[in-house]
Design a protein around this ligand. Structure first.
Ligand SMILES: Cc1cc2nc3c(=O)[nH]c(=O)nc-3n(C[C@H](O)[C@H](O)[C@H](O)COP(=O)(O)OP(=O)(O)OC[C@H]3O[C@@H](n4cnc5c(N)ncnc54)[C@H](O)[C@@H]3O)c2cc1C
Length: 467
């Protein structure tokens, strides 16, 4: 829908790139702050039409939660924002424009902005390790969790009916001993062991679940004590932990490790590295470890109308000069709020606010009603930490309906065995439609993909923000 009415020509457009924690919370707060300002429009561009609650991703992979319970439609969360589902292809800072492609026919669209919020997050880093990008399952998107769940079930099925490759099929290696890796290995371990009664030819002694970590203790963010405690808990549950271990290469049936014997394995989960969105590196602005350097107002240096938040931003920690805030959801949410306040302040000619936030706590669920947590500097473990994990994350999950659904799933999980239907395996990667639609002519027969359609700021269709 493109509104070309001339009376909207003086509207200021705020474009937010990314529908994750940083982008969505920026939009939510902008909607509130600018609700009465009909001269401003907000547009959010994201490749998915939903917001993903990553802290519960491993629960989808391990069949604890239904797939759609940890995602929320962006259109439901953002009632006064124009949501554009598409791939951001280019950010043109000098011309204040972004280029996106959208739809199965890969239409190109240019969008002008007055203020830009870059919240594109990060992607998995495979470090050019041979075989890794093709064969490992990352743990970053909903697609990854669905793929992992389906792959685990498929391998259990195959191992049950075919004894030839059993060892590789029944070995599950997770690389990376940070939060995502530990929570994933714990959940996968519970899942495969609880699924076993459905597979009469398989025995528990055939299963191997391994966590490979490059450091000397897992969960380094939680400190050595909790890391070692977690190692003991996982080892008791028959997860083998390989410390100071790096993956060297991967084939379909083997994982090769540096200075260790290769492991016969056909499921490798890779959680050992992320890198900021590839759209960041060509930008003509300062970067630190690939992230956009912003000042304490979250403004990109030399580009006062450009802001960055979340995992793709290097946000200085004003309490610890020279250091940056860690890339976590709890920071991205707060950065989203401050960036909204600062954009509203900039539009109204008011002073900007500095971003400052001290991590309240860190929690990890380590399977079977056990957790570890560090809150206000105090360590917790066991059932109480797990209960806190569930309570806190349930309260943070957006949407009352999703909260209720997750609470129901958790309750049902106590009563019934896990679901082992491998029904949701996506047949193709997320970029499938784009790749195959490259040379297709648009619906109108005139605008071939790659010829961007330009929509200058005054004519864009964003809904009015007037109440
Ligand atoms: C498995 C897992 C568990 C985690 N658990 C926790 C936890 O318990 N607590 C915690 O604080 N943090 C956790 N995190 C980290 C947290 O998810 C991130 O720090 C947070 O998501 C960062 O928010 P963001 O907005 O910067 O990026 P994201 O939330 O990743 O959002 C980026 C958005 O940009 C979109 N996007 C990217 N590229 C494009 C493009 N080219 N075109 C269009 N759209 C694009 C994406 O689709 C996405 O919507 C976890 C992360 C993972 C992967």
């Amino acid at each position: 829908m493109i509104d070309r009415s001339p009376d909207k020509s003086r509207k200021k457009r705020i474009v937010i790139l990314g529908g994750g924690f940083g982008g969505v919370y920026a939009a939510i707060h902008l909607e509130r702050l600018l609700a009465r300002d009909s001269a401003v429009e907000i547009c959010l561009v994201s490749q998915d039409n939903f917001f993903l609650f990553t802290p519960m991703l491993h629960e989808v992979a391990a069949s604890d939660l239904d797939i759609t319970n940890i995602v929320n439609p962006l259109r439901k969360l953002l009632r006064k924002t124009e949501v554009l589902v598409g791939e951001v292809n280019r950010i043109d800072l000098p011309n204040k424009q972004i280029v996106i492609s959208h739809g199965y026919r890969n239409h190109s669209l240019q969008i002008d902005y007055d203020h830009l919020v870059i919240a594109l997050g990060s992607i998995t880093n495979f470090y050019d390790i041979p075989g890794l990008a093709d064969l490992a399952v990352p743990m970053k998107s909903l697609h990854d969790a669905i793929q992992l769940r389906a792959q685990i079930i498929r391998h259990l099925e195959e191992a049950n009916s075919n004894s030839a490759d059993r060892q590789a099929l029944l070995t599950f290696v997770v690389a990376g001993g940070g939060f995502a890796g530990v929570e994933t290995v714990a959940a996968v371990n519970d899942f495969v062991r609880e699924a076993l009664p459905f597979y009469p030819n398989l025995r528990e002694s055939m299963l191997r679940v391994i966590l490979a970590h490059s450091g000397s203790v897992i969960l380094p963010e939680l400190g050595e004590d909790l890391g070692r405690h977690t190692q003991k808990v996982l080892a008791r549950r028959r997860v083998r932990i390989l410390l100071n271990t790096r993956v060297k290469s991967v084939t379909e049936n083997k994982v090769f490790l540096a200075y260790r014997a290769p492991i016969p394995c056909s499921t490798l989960v890779w959680t050992a590295g992320t890198v900021p969105s590839p759209l960041i590196s060509p930008l003509p602005c300062a970067k630190e470890r690939g992230r956009i350097v912003v000042n304490h107002f979250l403004q990109v240096s030399d580009w006062p109308d450009v802001w960055a938040v979340g995992d793709c931003a290097f946000v200085p920690d004003i309490r610890n000069p020279g250091k940056a805030h860690p890339p976590t959801a709890q920071h991205a949410i707060r950065e989203g709020r401050v960036v909204a306040q600062n954009i509203a302040a900039a539009l109204l000619g008011r002073p900007l606010k500095s971003f400052s936030f001290k991590t309240i706590g860190l929690l990890a669920s380590i399977g079977r009603r056990a957790g570890v947590a560090r809150i206000f500097g105090f360590n917790f473990s066991g059932f109480f930490a797990w209960w806190m994990w569930r309570t806190i994350y349930l309260s943070k999950l957006p949407g009352l309906d999703k909260k209720v659904r997750v609470a129901f799933d958790w309750t049902l999980d106590l009563l019934f065995p896990k679901d082992v239907c491998a029904v949701y395996e996506p047949p193709h990667r997320r970029d499938f439609p784009w790749k195959h639609a490259k040379d297709v002519v648009g619906d109108n027969g005139q605008s071939p993909a790659g010829t961007p359609q330009t929509i200058p700021a005054p004519h864009f269709s964003a809904r009015s923000l007037s109440p």
